[in-house]
Design a protein around this ligand. Structure first.
Ligand SMILES: [Zn+2]
Length: 427
């Protein structure tokens, strides 16, 4: 199949006006000018999107598809109250309910042009939903709400999930990982267990870190609103001992959890010391602007990430704290945050439009260890593409600026996964 459009944006090579992509058996064979590609492959079927930009599908650095049925919780709510609501909402769900939610989450991703994600799944259904959809992902099995009273069961459960997940992942081209949920929902032994199992099985890690100021307080002093809310539910040493005197990243480092495979989510309250530690150990941050805004937890210090050279990317988080799941919107929010933090105009920022678009494509793919497979339009990579409305006014318009300033999930007309159109807005 030849997919053609007014403009093709391969990301890792210059944009092609009147471009096309030749795909076969789910892979990209070649990319180039429309006329040349058609002339060289005269018998190939052609799908011409015309007024569109054709680019690689978007890559989300942090999400939870199994939480897609919690959309009613996505309204401005203080974090602790929201946390209580989400725990309550999940209590009566059985596996079928979770799976239905995960399938809905995948559908919403494809409608939003997201064709690859880092997915955190407590129940394991995230893996099944991605495998069914043929959507590449890094699936992290989540460990949450574990203290020493239930540690053995948690170890057995995690090992079983890894064991049964390996064959599905291999058959579906998915990667597996481990996600200790957070410092405030796991005892020290549980954090240590996650660290050891991820080393033993060579699985990458992800954790929610420094999302709220209350988390910083809990880790440092063992007190504050989050500590009060957790105390009656879980037995955590850090609370019992009146805090560790450390920052969240410093505390985590005591369990050897800060390493180059680690993607921390949120990072709103990371100190300079934390940022330097993450950078030195090769870890990175997935910022989630809409989720942070909705739950009123603060804003990620993007300017300081850049100053320290810390790698970071963008995640949507789940429908429970982000009703949009729109990575273009997140990009615009990240740019606005940075402009506010450093007081510069957007056209002077150290994050130009090209870099922002790379962040939600090839850079994110690279952080997930999947950049040999996806994230750009290059021969032999997966044919995961999106077509975005583009009126083509003035061929001098910079396509990266156009995307960052004007695109949204609503401008996505088609999503192509493994060479097939899996979403068409006109249907
Ligand atoms: Zn999350």
């Amino acid at each position: 199949m030849i997919y053609a459009a007014d403009a093709v944006l391969p990301i890792t090579s210059p944009p092609i006006r009147e471009g096309a992509v030749l795909t076969r058996e789910g892979r990209i064979i070649s990319v180039g000018e429309r006329d040349t590609l058609i002339a060289r492959n005269p018998s190939e079927e052609i799908r011409d999107f015309k007024d569109a930009i054709l680019m690689p599908g978007l890559v989300n650095l942090h999400g939870h598809v199994e939480c897609a049925s919690f959309g009613s919780l996505a309204e401005p709510t203080p974090f602790l109250q929201w946390l209580g609501r989400i725990i309550k909402a999940g209590r009566n769900m059985n596996r079928d309910d979770w799976l239905r939610a995960a399938r809905k989450g995948v559908k919403r991703y494809l409608e939003a042009g997201i064709t690859c994600t880092a997915d955190i799944t407590r129940t394991g259904v995230g893996l099944q939903a991605m495998a069914e959809a043929g959507m590449p992902a890094l699936i992290y099995f989540e460990v949450v709400g574990v203290d020493d009273r239930v540690l053995i069961e948690a170890v057995v459960d995690l090992l079983e999930k890894i064991k049964s997940g390996e064959s599905i992942a291999e058959a579906s081209g998915l990667r597996l990982g481990v996600s200790p949920h957070s410092i405030y929902t796991l005892s020290s032994s549980a954090l240590k267990m996650c660290s050891e199992i991820s080393s033993e099985y060579e699985l990458p890690l992800s954790i929610h870190l420094a999302e709220t100021q209350a988390e910083v307080e809990l880790v440092r002093d063992g007190s504050g609103p989050l500590a009060s809310a957790i105390r009656g539910r879980l037995r955590l040493e850090v609370i019992k001992q009146g805090g560790s005197g450390k920052t969240p990243a410093g505390f985590l480092d005591g369990f050897d959890l800060i390493r180059d495979s680690l993607i921390t989510a949120h990072g709103v309250w990371l100190s300079d010391e934390d940022i330097a530690l993450l950078k030195n150990k090769g870890a990175s941050v997935a910022i989630c602007p809409t989720s942070n805004e909705l739950l009123g937890v603060g804003e990620a210090p993007i300017n300081r990430f850049i100053d320290h050279g810390l790698g970071f990317g963008i995640g949507t988080d789940s429908l429970a704290s982000n009703p949009e799941l729109d990575l273009f919107l997140e990009v615009r929010k990240a740019r606005a945050l940075l402009a506010k933090q450093i007081g510069l105009k957007t056209n002077l920022l150290p994050l130009p439009s090209k870099k922002l678009v790379e962040m939600i494509t090839v850079d994110a793919a690279s952080m997930l260890g999947l950049n040999d497979q996806l994230g750009s339009i290059e021969s032999s990579k997966r044919a995961d593409l999106i077509a975005i409305d583009y009126d083509g006014t003035g061929s001098s318009v910079d396509l990266y600026n156009y995307l960052v300033e004007s695109a949204s999930k609503l401008s996505i007309s088609h999503t192509i996964l493994g060479g097939d159109i899996v979403y068409s807005r006109h249907k």
